[in-house]
Write a protein that binds this ligand. Structure first.
Ligand SMILES: Cc1cc2nc3c(=O)[nH]c(=O)nc-3n(C[C@H](O)[C@H](O)[C@H](O)COP(=O)(O)O)c2cc1C
Length: 168
């Protein structure tokens, strides 16, 4: 089995997909990896739409119009249920953190399964909210396109450890 560090190293923002569907057993595996994510006070303030239909895909593609994005055979649209998120005493809401944890579970699991993925937050969230007829308390946060990669991994550019880690 590949180490977690190995999977983390090989995950990258995949911006090109083959015209090949993702198998149902892989989709089930990814869903379980999202479902088991931790969240503040275990509120699980999220909803994940698995978008595979032609109609659903077209809706998402109209919210983020990059050609590579339209190649993906499958998307996960992750949204935040504001009524269910935990808010700290000082007023800081934690729902975005919760959604981000579950979504990175998804991306790492996808890598492990040989699938490409990419975080997409720069989409038209208002349009997405309308097209998917979301209730007022639900906010679309991120779209993850998924599929078999058509392009090689891009090199990682990251800050050096000295800049990041402080021993106290
Ligand atoms: C919260 C978040 C939002 C992002 N939104 C977008 C996006 O809208 N479009 C896009 O092409 N990439 C998006 N990315 C991908 C980043 O550009 C990418 O993760 C970063 O450049 C590091 O590259 P890597 O993922 O290949 O390691 C997003 C990443 C994160 C974590």
């Amino acid at each position: 089995m590949e180490s977690l560090l190995g999977i983390i190293r090989s995950r990258y923002s995949c911006r090109g997909y083959l015209d090949k569907p993702v198998e149902d057993d892989k989709v089930a595996y990814l869903k379980e990896c999202m479902r088991l994510a931790p969240s503040a006070v275990n509120r699980q303030p999220w909803k994940f739409r698995i978008v595979r239909s032609q109609e659903g895909r077209a809706k998402l593609q109209s919210c983020y119009t990059r050609p590579w994005f339209a190649e993906a055979p499958l998307y996960v649209l992750a949204s935040l249920l504001h009524e269910e998120e935990w808010v700290r005493e000082d007023g800081k809401p934690h729902g975005n953190i919760d959604v981000a944890i579950a979504v990175e579970h998804l991306c790492l699991a996808a890598t492990e399964q040989g699938l490409g993925s990419c975080w997409v937050c720069n989409f038209d969230a208002k349009r997405c909210h309308e097209l998917f007829q979301m209730p007022g308390n639900e906010e679309p946060v991120v779209i993850i396109p998924l599929g078999y990669p058509a392009k090689e991994m891009t090199p990682k550019v990251r800050k050096e450890p000295e800049e990041l880690f402080v021993e106290e």
